[in-house]
Design a protein around this ligand. Structure first.
Ligand code: SAM
Length: 288
């Protein structure tokens, strides 16, 4: 299996310095890349994950490495981290980690709807059992003002207006059913105008849809506020963001609370080995 490669893992482990007897929470288990490293140091680790495929992948991976003894999976969304902590952990944490966004299998998989190349779906829900709204519903039913709001506010899409015009024109002919169909509409507009772009032209539209479907900003805010209540005053919080909207929220939260903090970016070597790490920004803060 092609596991997700954890970003900035040695840096995080060095800063956390986990030990037996300590308690950590990984709010975004994914394939367990960071969690494994914490468990190897003998600390107790609770991990949250909303996606049932990833819950299974990480749990099996951790078991195969004989690291299950101190591992506790909490199935669910980190927007409920405070109540999950109250119910399952109760003790103040030595460290909290969130490696935001998607794992590789979610990003590129068929039938999840996150990929420009997904010819089956435009779903984008992390957990279809607990979430109702899909990206397909947004793109086919929201009016132009609602679409404009998410494309500009969540992803700063400069071409929001003309792209919405193209999307609405297309959906009047037939519903947009998958990632390939949506990215084709956006690509065609770029070709018609002879526009070029460094990233895939549909990057920001897909990002805005994903944020809207999964309430990413609201959930991150809940996690940040919960961190002040569930992490020890000597504890550490590490948040890895992958786009400016997320990072801005983390930065403002740290500033509002005057928490001592630092920012780390992946080194050139890491980006060469794992190109997906290139947009990562790690912010670390200590509670006062
Ligand atoms: C970038 S991956 C984490 C990768 C992990 N650090 C590793 O090394 O394998 C992000 C993971 O967080 C999960 N996730 C994203 N938002 C979440 C949320 N609000 N609640 C719970 N899990 C979430 C995703 O399903 C995905 O598996």
């Amino acid at each position: 299996m092609n596991y997700h490669q954890p970003v900035l893992a040695p840096e995080i482990i060095k800063i956390f310095d986990p030990k037996a007897g300590q308690i950590y929470l990984d709010a975004t288990l994914g394939h367990g890349g960071h969690s494994l490293e914490i468990l190897k140091k003998g600390a107790t680790l609770y991990a949250l994950e909303a996606d049932s495929d990833n819950q299974k992948i990480a749990t099996e991976r951790i078991a195969n490495l004989n690291l299950s003894k101190n591992f506790h999976l909490l199935k669910g969304n980190f927007s409920h981290v405070y109540s999950l902590w109250q119910k399952n952990i109760k003790l103040p944490l030595d460290g909290l980690l969130a490696d935001l966004g998607l794992s590789v299998n979610q990003q590129s998989g068929q039938n999840r709807g996150f990929s420009f190349n997904d010819s089956i779906s435009l779903d984008m829900r992390l957990n279809p059992k607990t979430q109702k709204l899909t990206a397909e519903e947004i793109i086919n039913t929201w009016d132009k003002n609602e679409l404009y709001k998410i494309f500009t506010k969540y992803a700063q899409e400069k071409l929001a207006k003309p792209l919405i015009f193209e999307i609405i024109k297309a959906r009047q002919i037939k519903p947009i059913k998958n990632g390939v169909e949506l990215s084709k509409i956006i690509n065609s507009y770029y070709q018609k105008k002879h526009y070029r772009s460094y990233h895939h032209p549909a990057t920001k539209i897909f990002l805005a849809l994903r944020i809207a479907v999964n309430h990413e900003f609201e959930n991150l805010n809940k996690l940040l506020h919960a961190s002040s209540k569930i992490v020890k005053s000597s504890g550490k919080v590490a948040i890895i963001s992958f786009h400016s909207g997320e990072d801005r929220l983390v930065k403002h939260f740290i500033q509002e609370n005057s928490y001592p903090s630092k920012k780390l970016l992946p080194e050139h070597q890491e980006i060469k080995k794992n190109p997906l790490s290139r947009s990562a920004v790690l912010r670390l803060y200590n509670l006062k």
